[in-house]
Design a protein around this ligand. Structure first.
Ligand code: SF4
Length: 375
C-alpha cells in the first residue's frame, strides 16, 4: 500500500532528524497512516513492552499565590499538610508497594527551600529506598527565590536532601506568547528550560510534559516538542514525554473557551499529538506516556497503537485533573492496568521511575546518557 507519508520524511524520522515542517505535514496525512508509522517507531524503540509505575501522588496544599488561568486546583485557604501528614501518606504508599512518591503543591508565599528539603530528608530517613519524584520546575524556581539562592544551588541542596527526580510539569506550552495569556506569573520559557537543564546537571533527571488544547497553535505545540528535544540532545536527562490534554472545566481559560463554543480536544486530535511526539522524539526520548487520568482508560489503551508505550502511575490519589473536570478516577490497580495492556496485545511490565532494568521487548537495552544519575 502506498503511504501518504513521503519517503524522505520517514527517513529523517528514522534518523531522529524530523523537522518542524515534517511534523506539521504529518498532522495533515490520514490519521491512521500517521498512527501506523508512529506504532512502527514505537516497535523499533521499545518493542511490545508497555510499562507502568506503582506510585502515589501527594499534593501537600492547594493554596497558591500563582495566577494560572487554566488552574482549577488553586484555593486561597486550602490546608497545608504537615510533614507528619505527608509521612502518613508515604507510609500508606509503601504498604501498597509503591516505589515512587510524586509530591507537588501550590506556591506558598513565605515557603522557601527548607520546606522542600525537610520533606525529602524526612522521607529518606524512614524510607531510603522510596524514589522521590517531586517538585516542579516552578516550585524549585519559587523556593530558590524565597530563599534568595541561585536555582543551581537550590537543586544541589535538594539532591543532597534526597530528591531523586523531578516531574517536568509547569511546562504548559513553552511559548512566551502563550504563557502571557495562560500563566503570566509563571516562569518564562527560558527559565523553565534553565531549571530543567540545571536539574540534569545536578544529577536530577526529569520527565517532560506538554499541556495542550487551549490557546496555542499547532506550530507552538511542535516548537514545544523541539525545545524539549534540544534539551535532551544536550543533557540526556529526560526519561519520558507526557502530552497532557487541557481540561477546560472550573477554570477561567476553559470557561472562556466553552463560551466561544470550544471544548476539550477531541480524541482523534489527542491521538495525533501522541503519534507526532513519537515521531519527533524518535532516537531521543524512547518513552511516550499516555495519561489514563486525562485521556480515560479506553483512549489511553488505544493510544498504545498510536506511538505510546507507558501508562504512567497507579497514583492512589489525584486531585489536580479531577478539579478541572477529569472523571476517570483517582487510582488504578496494577491488575486493571495489566488487563488494559494485555487487551491491547502488549506485554505489561512494572518499571521504576528511571525505567532502569526494564528489558524492552525490542531487545533494546535501556539507553540513557549524559546524566550521571542514571548510573
Ligand atoms: S497551576 Fe500551580 S502555580 Fe498555577 S495557580 Fe495552579 S497551583 Fe498555582
Amino acid at each position: 500500500m502506498n503511504s501518504k507519508i513521503p519517503e524522505d520524511l520517514m527517513e529523517r524520522a528514522y534518523q531522529g532528524k524530523c523537522t518542524k515542517e515534517d511534523a506539521l505535514q504529518l498532522l495533515e496525512v490520514p490519521p491512521f497512516e500517521l498512527f501506523r508509522f508512529a506504532d512502527k517507531l514505537r516497535d523499533l524503540a521499545v518493542g511490545d513492552t508497555v510499562t507502568y509505575v506503582v506510585n502515589r501522588n501527594i499534593n501537600f496544599t492547594s493554596r497558591c499565590i500563582g495566577t494560572c488561568g487554566f488552574c482549577a486546583f488553586r484555593t486561597n485557604n486550602g490546608k497545608v499538610l504537615s510533614i507528619e501528614e505527608i509521612m502518613e501518606k508515604v507510609r500508606e504508599a509503601e504498604k501498597a508497594n509503591a516505589t515512587e512518591v510524586c509530591i507537588q503543591g501550590g506556591l506558598l508565599p513565605d515557603v522557601g527551600l527548607d520546606f522542600y528539603q525537610g520533606i525529602a530528608e524526612t522521607i529518606k530517613a524512614e524510607f531510603p529506598e522510596m524514589h522521590i519524584h517531586s517538585f516542579s520546575p516552578m516550585e524549585v524556581y519559587h523556593a530558590s527565590r524565597v530563599s534568595e539562592i541561585p536555582v543551581k544551588e537550590a537543586l544541589r541542596k535538594l539532591k543532597r536532601s534526597g530528591l531523586d527526580t523531578m516531574p517536568g510539569t509547569a511546562a504548559e506550552i513553552l511559548s512566551d506568547r502563550v504563557r502571557k495569556i495562560i500563566c503570566p506569573s509563571k516562569l518564562r520559557t527560558s527559565e523553565w528550560v534553565e531549571v530543567v537543564r540545571q536539574a540534569h546537571a545536578a544529577g536530577i533527571p526529569t520527565t517532560a510534559t506538554m499541556m495542550y488544547g487551549h490557546v496555542e497553535t499547532p506550530e507552538e505545540r511542535i516548537d514545544h516538542m523541539l525545545i524539549i528535544r534540544e534539551i535532551q540532545k544536550e543533557t540526556g536527562g529526560i526519561t519520558e514525554f507526557v502530552p497532557l490534554p487541557f481540561m477546560p472545566y472550573n477554570n477561567p481559560i476553559g470557561e472562556k473557551m466553552i463560551r466561544e463554543g470550544r471544548y476539550a480536544t477531541p480524541g482523534l486530535e489527542d491521538l495525533k499529538i501522541y503519534a507526532v511526539s513519537r515521531v519527533l522524539f524518535h532516537g531521543h526520548v524512547d518513552n511516550i506516556q499516555a495519561s489514563w487520568v486525562k485521556l480515560g482508560k479506553k483512549l489511553a489503551q488505544f493510544s498504545l497503537h498510536c506511538g505510546t508505550n507507558d501508562l504512567g502511575g497507579t497514583l492512589m490519589e489525584e486531585s489536580i485533573s479531577r478539579s478541572a473536570g477529569a472523571s476517570h478516577g483517582e487510582m488504578i490497580t496494577v491488575d486493571e492496568l495489566e488487563w488494559m495492556i494485555h487487551g491491547a496485545g502488549r506485554i505489561p511490565k512494572e518499571r521504576n521511575t528511571l525505567y532502569r532494568g526494564v528489558e524492552f521487548a525490542s531487545g533494546n537495552v535501556r539507553k540513557m546518557s549524559g546524566c550521571g544519575a542514571y548510573e
